[in-house]
Design a protein around this ligand. Structure first.
Ligand code: BTN
Length: 321
């Protein structure tokens, strides 16, 4: 039913009325199936569809679906050469899919964007959920020349690419170690990096990004979105801006590592010189003052027991309550 629901959505996307009969004819199915697909758009995808006797169905406003041609039209030359774009209407998780394709030899620079994820994943085993059309969920495959051991700090560098892109649209975003993008102190976007390869040889890295353009619907933590902050940008345009910056940052990271980005990261970081609490999946939280990051992107914290260094991994940071 999801496939048919997406087909109906493509027709309704212009915001105009479409009769059930016309859609049934166009899609080669019965009017009952069209009605069921409309119901699916409402009950499963969380969309509102107006239904008016004698006129048909209409969305409250036009719906801009992700579109490869629109994204490519805004990519700069460098990014256009680096990235190959693929779109999926509905998949479990763009990271999961791309990890599988990476293992099967998918090319460097493959980008997979999903309109809808049924099992979107966040860091630390969390879920990543988003109402249809409320944001961007995509992953990209980058094959680094440097081995896994040279990739420390990569997630912080990806955060920098996102901030650079978002600031082009006037979003006053900052970064929370290791790689949450914050707007007004709340999470706007998250990054999930998954690696395969060995310590010295070339590494395949899947970089997954979830970003709230509008209210994502019910999620399990306080989050921000661009629309509520008065920032109007289409998803295709924003995705192109992110890819433009990612192409630059990832290439430079491959050549120079995190050290090239450390100063910029420190200038964008929230909670520096502030009391923070570090929580772990196992063990007691640690309180202290965040003082910076080292040349590998590890967080430096002054604690009651002296200075400590925390590496990106099973740890999350909060301001102290
Ligand atoms: C986090 O902050 O916990 C990371 C969230 C990452 C979510 C994105 S959405 C696209 C990609 N596919 C996934 O399953 N997760 C990432």
């Amino acid at each position: 039913m999801s496939d048919l629901a997406f087909a109906v959505l493509r027709t309704l996307a212009n915001g105009k009325f479409h009769s059930g009969e016309a859609m049934a004819q166009q899609l080669g199915c019965s009017r009952t199936l069209v009605w069921q697909a409309v119901h699916h758009l409402e009950s499963e995808f969380g969309l509102t569809v107006f239904s008016v006797r004698g006129q048909g169905y209409r969305l409250p406003q036009p719906f801009a679906l992700l579109d490869v041609a629109s994204i490519r039209a805004t990519l700069d030359e460098y990014a256009a050469n680096v990235f190959t774009l693929a779109l999926a209407e509905q998949i479990d998780s763009s990271n999961t899919q791309l990890m599988t394709r990476a293992a099967q030899g998918a090319p460097h620079g493959l980008v997979l964007a999903a309109e809808r994820q049924t099992a979107g994943r966040g860091r630390l085993g969390r879920r990543w959920q988003m109402r249809l059309g409320a944001g961007l969920t995509f992953s990209l495959l980058w094959r680094f020349e440097r081995g896994l051991s040279g990739l420390a700090g990569l997630s912080l560098a990806v955060g920098i690419a996102m901030v650079r892109a978002l600031r082009e649209f006037g979003a006053p975003v900052s970064l929370k170690w290791p790689n949450d993008v914050l707007l007004d102190g709340r999470k706007l976007a998250g990054i999930l990096i998954e690696l395969s390869g060995d310590a010295l040889g070339p590494a395949a890295v899947v970089i997954g990004i979830g970003l709230n353009v509008a209210n994502p619907g019910e999620v399990d933590q306080p989050v921000a979105n661009l629309a509520d902050a008065g920032i109007k940008v289409g998803r295709n345009e924003l995705m192109a801006a992110l890819l433009n910056q990612l192409a630059q940052v990832l290439s430079q990271f491959d050549r120079e590592g995190f050290i090239a980005f450390r100063e910029e990261w420190l200038g964008l970081a929230a909670y520096l010189q502030q009391p923070v609490r570090l929580a772990f999946s196992h063990g007691q939280p640690v309180d202290g003052m965040a003082t910076g990051v080292d040349e590998s992107g590890a967080l430096l914290v002054d604690t009651a027991d002296g200075p400590r260094v925390f590496h990106v991994g099973e740890v999350s940071l909060r301001p102290q309550p």
